[in-house]
Design a protein around this ligand. Sequence first.
Ligand code: SAH
Length: 353
Amino acid sequence: MANVTSISKKEIIELLSLKGSEQIELHRKASEIRRDSVSDRVYIRGLIEFSNICENDCFYCGIRKSNNNVRRYELTPDEILGAVDEAASSGLTSVVLQSGERRDRRFISLVTDSLRIIKQKYPFMGITLSSGEQDRSVYEEFHKAGASRYLLRIETSNEEHYNRLHPGAMSFRERIRSLHDLRDTGFQVGTGVMINSPFQIPENLADDILFFQTLDIDMCGMGPFIPHSGTPLGKVEYSAEESFNLGLNMIAVLRIVMPDINIASTTALETLSPAGRESGLMAGANVVMPQFSPFSLRDSYTLYDNKPLGSEDNRGFLDSLKEKIKSLGLIPVTENSGTSIHYIRRTQNVSTC
Ligand code: SAH
């Protein structure tokens, strides 16, 4: 059995709603659990958004296919390698390659070729991929070419809710199928949800936490929904404060119930509060992903309004991020790519209970 704590749905709903001093206490408890189970190390991964061309038409997402106001781009393998060079020369040993979703052969070859040349130059670079649903054989190809982690958010674990956020052409079952295929392929598997998204009720978020447990995930990246004005869900009523609190509490509760997984403190938290990334760490996260995409393209990867662009000075940005992490009493780590301890345990089948 993996290292998992059992908790009822009712308890989760109560914990998620905590505010004020009770919320601080919840985050403190989650931080303590993080320290005991995965240490105080915070892994830094360079995020490279290598293409914003997307076949999907998710109702919430700024780079959805139907948004004609996006300047579409796709980096070549050499340009992707250039962005990895930037990350490597700043001392990073872990990158995340993310893109819109496409299944054409050209795209698949672009990804595979890029993985190969990155691995050739940097054999020890940890590579996380986030390029959506693919056939199992494609996942196998990506894994063989050098990607070892894969992030694919389920967005919500409730099928009806999923169908209200996505067009009919997208299938909840297919996404679940993809997550299972990723696991069978040997990836460290990460998923996540959008928090406080339209039509969501508190029970959905509790179910999301239980879903993560059932799927026995290795990593999680989740963040608050933030409207994008050019999308069908761009004008929904929305409280930034509520979303921010829920975003932090989801991290804390997940850390408590799945102590040894990797949890990212995401850009969406930083969008809602200037120190949002640090708050996510204080709530129990242990991974951050500063951007290393070419600076001039960053504003074309606008998933939601006001997404921060980081800085043109990648190294300066990284240095200040490390300082901020240290000021929280945590340890920024760049020289070790930070394999999920949960993954190590489940693949070695070590009992921790
Ligand atoms: N296409 C890739 C990843 C690109 S989008 C994939 O399929 O995995 C990355 C993530 O951004 C999505 O999974 C979604 O959770 C998040 N996202 C998109 N629009 C958002 C919005 N309006 N608010 C918050 N998060 C959003």
